[in-house]
Design a protein around this ligand. Sequence first.
Ligand code: SF4
Length: 390
Amino acid sequence: MSDYFTLLDSGKKKVAWCTSVGPAELLRSFGFEVFFPENHGALLGATRTAMDFIPEAIKCGYSGHICSYTTADIGSYLKKESPLQTHYGVEGVPKPDIIAYNTNQCREVEDWFTFYADEFNCPIVGIQPPRYLDEVTQDEIDLVVKQMKKMIPVCEKVSGRKFNLEKFKKTVKLSKEATLLWQKVLKTSTAKNAPISFFDGTIHMGPIVVLRGTQRAKDYYTLLLAELEENVKNNIGFIPKAKTRIFWEGMPIWGKLRMMSDLFTDNDSAVVASTYCSSWVFDKFDENDPWNSTARAYTEIFINRSDKAKEKMLAEWLKEYEIDGIVFHDTKTCFNNSNAKFGMPQRLQKITGVPFLTIEGDLCDLRFFSEGQSITKVETFLEQLEDIKV
Ligand code: SF4
């Protein structure tokens, strides 16, 4: 990650900003180094600096109730301060040559990225796929492919390079290989003694978010997978003996990762899987059909689907990971990644029989998180699950 931020800072390559589940492969095929503002948002959350910056964005008219990645990131820009300076010794966030977004996750990214396009007087391109679908058909894919192809002339102009199909295919291939390795990494936790937790996954997912489409991401997950498979073979879990297995639904509470991780492990509970970490599994990537396959992979993602489709995916994960209970994180400032607001926990329990708990919190803004209340809720829930299992 340090090399990645140093390269971005060096000015050696033109920089494209991209949403976390945006068209990174296409951008890389033009030789851009790709920067992901959401990754910076997560860093602001994890370092608990977000609350220093959010008020700056509020002063500019952004509500404190919208995406706290957006408000923390804009506030950090306005204050000209970033943990990147202290953690990686770089000047800060790199200046964009082009900005690209995909509203497959939310409309907020469009507002957020447009702010910067105006600030930097920078070209901006967007993909707006249909949302909330039960099934994704070829009609939707055709539309997304058309939108992606509209990016080509802008990318050519900014990069000074012609679109090269072979380079695009090569990047998609590298991305596919890394994402399939990441999928295998996550699936090691289907083992009885899971070798990697959701909380560890939120750190190890760094390369699949910011370096997909590169050899480095592939190398990283090759190494990680080998270690985890070895642990599975030797029956070594991340905690000695879990009494319960938990699925985490929703965003991480970045500023409380350690606290939440300790809370579960101290109660002999293993949080073995999540929708969040699985969001970067794009198993539909196919270098032989790069346009259709990337359009499909980015349109079919969990966050972009109907409740019905989400419940089907969740039911499969709960079964696959042999889950005893599911925790829904009702994220105050991310409506899009909070699935506890319209009865999904209850419906899912009806289908699967898996009990649920909802906790309130936020990705970055810790004013919306009550530590005491969450501890009580989680401990009570885990006790109940243990009673059910006896
Ligand atoms: S999905 Fe949620 S957290 Fe992510 S950018 Fe959109 S509103 Fe923010």
